[in-house]
Design a protein around this ligand. Structure first.
Ligand code: AGV
Ligand code: CA
Length: 310
């Protein structure tokens, strides 16, 4: 059993990550917060509370709202996805919503939740690192309570996934939204598993994957995941700017079952300013982290299907 705190940013794969963590028998989810990066706050907060009502326990988990703001905003089209998930009938059978919104904003909630635990906690961040950076600035002693940070973000590949004016395309989006927050986290002594595009590129959403979920939709959890992923475009002929991967779900699955992924130690630095801002690159003087660079594709998809069917 491991303690986990989740900070997510309301994308389809963020919300499904919350759902899967609630299904994992080896995970004790001690807290969850939502940052309005790749989402709008209200629907993402609301969907998270409803997911906990249905698949978790309103008595043991509350959801905190972030007050953080980024430097480079996500495209509005992507931020709209949380409205769709929040409106799914499967999440709206049992109203009103029971799960509470935490009293404090996300970065302070994180501090409280970490300190309330005897054991250390694994942090899963599947959006930008802003709330963690702010928490460290308020109280650096939380480092002692953190087992490690598992972060979806960054890449050492020549191309990231940002296609925006005034940027050269070398960054991954979670890094790009707030490059300065990365700088703060990089200066800490926290152990980092970086689930980079190297591994997430191996798990695109495809029509085959969708059809397999459709075949299994008699299981309520599989139906929920299938309905949610209906909102986003799969990889068909070639990759586009909006092609969807299971970025965050892979990150979450790598905590539930470490054997799914391969990691290697590398020293990494961050570009905080200029046209390459958010770029992560190998550098002898950088921070020693573990790069998650490979995944067993089939084992990953069967692991998450088993969780959804349980
Ligand atoms: O860069 C990947 C991160 C993940 O945390 N997010 C989506 C995942 O939740 C940003 C992102 C990059 N490309 C996207 C994204 C796309 N095509 N649609 C939506 N979000
Ligand atoms: Ca995300």
């Amino acid at each position: 059993m491991k303690n986990v705190y989740l900070n997510h940013d309301g994308g389809v794969d963020d919300l499904i990550s919350l759902y899967l963590l609630l299904k994992m028998e080896n995970v004790n989810l001690i807290g969850c917060s939502v940052i309005p990066a790749d989402c709008y706050l209200e629907p993402a907060l609301s969907a998270s509370r409803k997911i906990n009502d249905k698949f978790g326990d309103p008595e043991t988990l509350e959801i905190a709202a972030s007050t953080s703001r980024g430097k480079n905003p996500f495209p509005k089209d992507w931020r709209m996805h949380a409205f769709f998930v929040d409106a799914l009938p499967i999440l709206n059978e049992q109203l009103p919503v029971q799960t509470k919104v935490a009293e404090k904003p996300a970065h302070l909630d994180l501090i409280d939740k970490l300190k309330a635990q005897k054991e250390k906690t694994t942090l899963i961040f599947i959006g930008p690192l802003t709330d963690l950076a702010r928490a460290l600035e308020v109280d650096a002693s939380i480092e002692q309570h953190i087992e490690k940070l598992v972060w979806m973000g960054g890449t050492l590949l020549p191309n990231g996934n940002v296609e925006e004016p005034e940027h050269d395309g070398t960054a991954e989006w979670n890094a790009f939204w707030d490059p300065e927050a990365m700088d703060v986290v990089w200066k800490s002594d926290i152990l980092i598993d970086m689930v980079a595009l190297e591994s997430t590129n191996q798990v695109p959403l495809t029509v085959d994957i969708r059809n397999n979920w459709a075949k299994n939709r008699k299981h309520e959890g599989v139906d929920f995941v299938g309905q949610s992923y209906a909102a986003v475009p799969p990889l068909v002929h070639f990759e586009t700017n909006s092609t969807y991967y299971l970025w965050d779900v892979l990150t979450t699955a790598s905590v539930g079952k470490e054997a799914l992924v391969k990691k290697k130690s590398v020293s990494v630095s961050v570009e905080a300013h200029g046209p390459s801002q958010g770029r992560t690159y190998e550098n002898q003087d950088g921070k020693r982290i573990k790069l998650v660079y490979d995944v067993d594709h089939d084992a990953f998809f069967s692991y998450i299907l088993d969780l959804m069917r349980a």
